[in-house]
Each structure stands twice: as structure tokens, then as C-alpha cells.
Write a protein that binds this ligand. Structure first.
Ligand code: ADP
Length: 438
């Protein structure tokens, strides 16, 4: 800056002296100034050309302001380049780390277009990077279950997942999660759960096989016990009490084996084994009649029901019967005689609902989330006394999952409980509608 001022001063002084000598002061000053402005103009022009096309033009050699601007620009450029290099190194390292993950990762942008994917995505779900960049994932994966999960992903929580056979390798079992992030982007993560799936399968098969094997000897034992309990067979009277106790235990074992087999078969099917139109009002009415018998025949429990006779569902009749009866019989088992039990079957905008409300002992909040686990009982002794197996609510949960329904439990100690099954609207059918093709 100072250099430029001195230069201007020198030009103006020189022009002034020449003006004095020639007697044309003003003309000389104007000529000197114009020369100076033109010189600066050329310097800036050179600077501009250098900034625009650095490789083809020399660095401006003018000292002063132009030189300072060129230096400042050079400094900022090299700083920017360093930062860019650092960021691109970070990005490379991050991409290497994500690529090394054992899970398949796919970044989905607007309209579910693929923005990035790691190597495992090719192996598990057949998405190749960079070949499939900007393709819509629905054009690459023709897997209805996964596509409808992606479509509905915004409605459910990121914890929700589905388990499917890997689209790119039928030997693999995947657990898929979708998490929204950033600006309308979503992260699809597919985890290989083949080993876990096999272990679960082995466990289910083992329970099913063991239960199946136990069934026959138990039938023989029960048959003999029945024969022994018959006085006409000449069995000693002193043994009658023990024999009837043995029969009760054998009956319990049979119920447990049947429940275990039921659970194993429910677990092995993803969907209802049949999707017929079900006359649910009829099923519930007959269950309520059975419940009155169970509670002592003369309805000492004051069971009342409000059932929509027009509300049918499509699904599996046996499974639905077993879920509803478990809930109604539990209401009878776990509430004292004389108390009220209300059974409702109704429809609203959210779908169809079955609710069993009792005014019995109720359940403490810490137990509620665990009630549908196998063999989970709030009071094991009491459950056994009532002939419970601890498997009823596990069966209910599996039946509901198969029907895309959910179980809601509301309970308060001393005030009673409501067990409500919520079925989606699309399962509802009218009683007189055309039969569905299965
Ligand atoms: P169980 O065969 O023991 O009844 P369930 O799986 O049907 O097994 O129920 C699990 C546990 O939940 C029961 O042991 C009981 O403690 C509790 N429970 C279920 N229904 C009710 C209810 N209506 N009122 C109070 N407790 C209940």
C-alpha cells in the first residue's frame, strides 16, 4: 500500500517538475496521472488473468497492492487445498471403516435412490456400488416384504426390524432396519443373523420333537391312570386319592405338551396358515359359554359380553380361537368369584378390537412387559394351582403377530386388567362378502 502511494507521489512530483520546466503544469500532471492509472489497470488485468488461468499465465510481477493480493490469494488457496486433502482423507478412512463393517449399509436419498452402499450390500442384498448409484432400490430388489417395510418405515420406530431371506443369497437370513437421518435420507442396515436363526430353529425343532416324543408315553400313562381310577377295576380304595392326583398332573403335562407344540407350529409359520373368512362373533360367543362353565356353570363371575355380530375377520380360525380363549379363561382364572368380567368385540377407525376386562387381582406394572414370555408367571404357585402352564399369553402373542395384530395390556393391582387385541382394518370382512380366494 505504502509503496503504491510513494510511487504515485513520485509520478506526480516528476510530472509537476516537468510542468514547471515546460510551463504546462496541469497538462503534465494529467498525463502523469493517466499514465499511472493505465499502469495500475494493466497490473490488475494481469492479476485477473493469473487468477482465472493460473497455469497459462505468469505470476504478476508488480510490487505493491497487486502483489499483496496475489500472495494472499496464493496463501488461501494452499490452505484450502490442505483442508480439502485432509477432509478427503477422513472420508476415505470413514468409507474404508464402513466398508469393513460386517453389516450391509445402503444410503438412500430422495425417492429411495441409492446414494452409497458398501461391499456387503452387494453380497447380502444385491446392491452394487457404484454401478447402482442413483437407482431406486425398488427397481433392484423385488422383495414385497422388504419393499412394504421400506414404504412404512417412516411410520414405525427405528428399533423395528424385519427378518428375511437374503435377496442375493438364499442361504443367508437377514435382519433389516431402516433409520431416517439428515435431509430426507435413510440408512438401510442389513445384519447377517443366519447363525442366530439356525440356533432358534434348532431350539424350536428340539422343543417340538421332545414334546412330540413325550405325547405317546403320556397317553399310555393317562390311559392306565384312568383305568386305575375306575373302582370297578378292583384298584385299592386307599390309592384313589394318589391316583386322582397323578391324573391331574398327567392332564397338566398333556396341556403343556399341546401348548408347546402349538407354539412351535406358530413359530414356524410367518403368516396365518389359512386366511378364510372367520365368524369371530360365533367363536367369542362359544368361548364365553365355555367360560361360564369354567367359572362354575351358574355364571358366578357375572360374565357379560358386547359382541358386534357383523364383524368378521380373515385369518386362521383355530389360532384366533386359541388366542381369545386364553384371554377369557385367564380373566376367569385370575379374578375371584362374584366379580365382573366384560368381553367386547367391536370396530372403530383403527380396526377390530377384542377386549377381555376383569375386575380381579390385577398385575403390577413391572410384570406387564414380560407376560408374553414363555413360562413367565407373576405368581408361579398360584398359576400352577389354577392349572396354568405359563404359555397362554406367549401363544396369544404369536397368533396376533401372525395376524399383524398387537396386544395391549392395562392393569392395576386390586382393580383388574384389560387385555386388548387390536387387528388392522384390512383384516375386517363383512359377513355377507364374497368368499376370499385362499
Ligand atoms: P398361565 O397359564 O400361568 O395363566 P399365561 O401365559 O396365560 O400363563 O399368563 C401368564 C401370567 O400372567 C399368569 O401366570 C398370571 O400371573 C398373569 N395373568 C394373565 N392373565 C391375567 C389376568 N387376567 N389377571 C391377572 N393376572 C393375569
Amino acid at each position: 500500500m505504502k509503496e503504491d502511494l510513494w510511487r504515485l507521489l513520485a509520478v506526480m512530483s516528476g510530472s509537476f517538475i516537468i510542468g514547471l520546466l515546460t510551463g504546462q503544469i496541469l497538462l503534465c500532471l494529467l498525463t502523469g496521472l493517466s499514465g499511472y492509472v493505465y499502469w495500475q489497470y494493466r497490473a490488475f488485468k494481469q492479476l485477473l488473468l493469473w487468477l482465472q488461468k493460473r497455469s497459462q499465465h505468469e505470476t504478476p510481477e508488480h510490487s505493491g497492492l497487486v502483489d499483496q493480493i496475489a500472495r494472499e490469494f496464493d496463501y488461501r488457496r494452499s490452505r484450502h487445498n490442505k483442508r480439502k486433502k485432509k477432509l478427503s482423507n477422513y472420508l476415505k478412512r470413514f468409507q474404508k471403516a464402513v466398508a469393513a463393517l460386517p453389516d450391509a449399509i445402503v444410503v438412500l436419498g430422495e425417492n429411495d435412490k441409492i446414494e452409497w452402499a458398501n461391499e456387503k450390500a452387494r453380497k447380502y442384498i444385491g446392491v452394487r456400488w457404484p454401478q447402482d448409484s442413483e437407482q431406486r432400490i425398488s427397481n433392484l430388489i423385488r422383495y414385497p416384504e422388504l419393499l412394504s417395510f421400506l414404504e412404512d418405515a417412516s411410520k414405525h420406530s427405528p428399533e423395528k426390524h424385519i427378518e428375511i431371506v437374503a435377496p442375493a443369497d438364499a442361504e443367508l437370513q437377514l435382519e433389516i432396519r431402516v433409520s431416517p437421518y439428515g435431509n430426507n435420507q435413510r440408512l438401510l442396515v442389513a445384519r447377517n443373523i443366519t447363525k442366530l436363526h439356525r440356533i432358534n430353529q434348532m431350539r424350536t425343532d428340539f422343543i417340538a420333537n421332545a414334546s412330540h416324543e413325550l405325547r405317546t408315553p403320556l397317553t399310555v400313562i393317562s390311559g392306565y391312570l384312568e383305568a386305575f381310577s375306575d373302582d370297578d377295576n378292583g384298584s385299592p380304595t386307599v390309592w384313589q386319592d394318589q391316583i386322582s392326583r397323578m391324573r391331574r398332573q398327567a392332564d397338566r403335562m398333556r396341556t403343556m405338551i399341546e401348548s408347546l407344540l402349538k407354539l412351535a407350529s406358530l413359530e414356524s409359520e410367518q403368516k396365518p396358515s389359512s386366511e378364510k373368512r372367520i365368524n369371530v362373533p360365533d367363536i367369542i360367543t362359544s368361548i364365553c359359554q365355555e367360560a361360564i362353565q369354567l367359572s362354575g356353570g351358574l355364571n358366578p363371575h357375572k360374565i357379560t359380553f358386547d359382541i358386534d355380530p357383523e364383524l368378521w375377520l380373515k385369518g386362521d380360525e383355530k389360532d384366533l380361537h386359541s388366542a381369545f380363549s386364553n384371554l377369557v379363561f385367564n380373566a376367569v382364572k385370575y379374578s375371584p368369584k362374584g366379580s365382573d368380567i366384560q368381553i367386547d368385540w367391536y370396530q372403530d377407525n383403527n380396526g377390530a378390537h377384542f377386549a377381555a376386562t376383569d375386575s380381579g387381582e390385577g398385575i403390577a406394572p413391572e410384570h406387564i412387559s414380560r407376560l408374553t414370555e414363555r413360562f413367565y408367571r407373576v405368581d408361579p404357585g398360584r398359576s400352577r394351582d389354577k392349572g396354568g402352564t405359563g404359555l397362554g399369553l406367549a401363544i396369544v402373542k404369536h397368533v396376533l403377530v401372525k395376524h399383524r395384530a398387537t396386544l395391549e395390556i392395562e392393569s392395576a393391582i386390586g382393580r383388574g386388567s384389560t387385555f386388548r387385541c387390536d387387528f388392522p382394518v384390512d383384516l375386517i370382512v363383512q359377513p355377507d362378502s364374497i368368499p376370499l380366494s385362499i
